[in-house]
Design a binder for this molecule. Structure first.
Ligand code: COA
Length: 215
């Protein structure tokens, strides 16, 4: 097994995207994929080894690195903590076509997909997912386990809380805060702060939670 062998946890759609990223990177050999309930036997030619119990076997066989390729934010964080407790290191994975500002900081297990851009002094928390073509402008902070879907634009100085999900193509105006666990609908224009745990959609973004008291 190569020196930098990596295990992927998660055999769904996001697992496939991460395997594709890893195969293109060439920095790791992909030891295999494990999943809580595997429904496929291989992903892009990489074997699905079985249930998560197989992770310990992969570690013993020399896979020192792992990534929890789970789209659901809280589940990704929990799986990442479990992988670390099991003994794996969580590397940051950055597609070669992404641009990351020199003074930006990325936590353990952050994934930056193709053509994403992260500006100077942006800070990305552990296991956040910066998806295809997303733009994180200067001085933004993105909390742990947050997901910026494809094509999201965070203008300068935006703050995104832990586990928040920003839907595809949404735009967040400069300096706006998005609370932890908030959900921003695809295509939204977020012009004011979004409270933690709320869902907003549209242009401009409005709260769609039942019994909502904030916008
Ligand atoms: C916002 C979102 C999470 C809401 O999902 P949901 O809770 O299942 O909500 P519903 O589909 O029941 O829609 C609730 C209302 O919001 C509207 N709505 C939902 N998504 C919307 C959006 N993106 N923009 C505008 N309106 C939207 C619906 O039309 C509906 O309106 P109505 O009550 O007047 O009929 C979802 O629609 C969304 O945009 N998800 C982002 C997905 C994404 O980008 N994934 C990236 C994966 S890589």
């Amino acid at each position: 097994m190569a020196e930098r062998a990596i295990l992927v946890l998660g055999a769904g759609g996001h697992g496939k995207a991460v395997v594709d990223l890893l195969l293109g990177l060439g920095e790791f050999s992909v030891a295999g994929v494990v999943d809580a309930a595997p429904r496929v036997t291989e992903i892009l030619g990489v074997p699905v080894l079985g249930g998560v119990a197989e992770a310990a076997r992969a570690l013993a066989a020399g896979a020192a690195y792992a990534h929890p390729a789970i789209g659901a934010n809280a589940a990704r964080l929990a799986a990442g903590a479990w992988l670390e407790a099991t003994g794996f290191a969580l590397p940051t994975l950055i597609h070669p076509s992404a641009v990351v500002g020199r003074s930006a900081t990325l936590g353990a297990g952050v994934v930056v997909m193709a053509r994403a851009v992260i500006g100077p002094d942006a800070a990305i928390g552990r296991l956040a997912l910066i998806n295809t073509g997303a733009i994180v402008e200067h001085d933004c902070t993105v909390g742990e386990g947050a997901h910026l879907a494809p094509g999201v634009v965070l203008s300068g100085g935006v703050r995104v809380g832990a586990r928040a999900m920003i839907g595809a193509g949404a735009v967040v105006l400069p300096g706006v805060s998005v609370g932890a666990d908030a959900i921003i609908g695809a295509g939204a224009a977020v012009i004011s702060d979004v409270a933690a745990g709320t869902t907003v959609v549209g242009v401009p973004a409005r709260n769609v939670d039942p019994n909502a008291t904030t916008t």
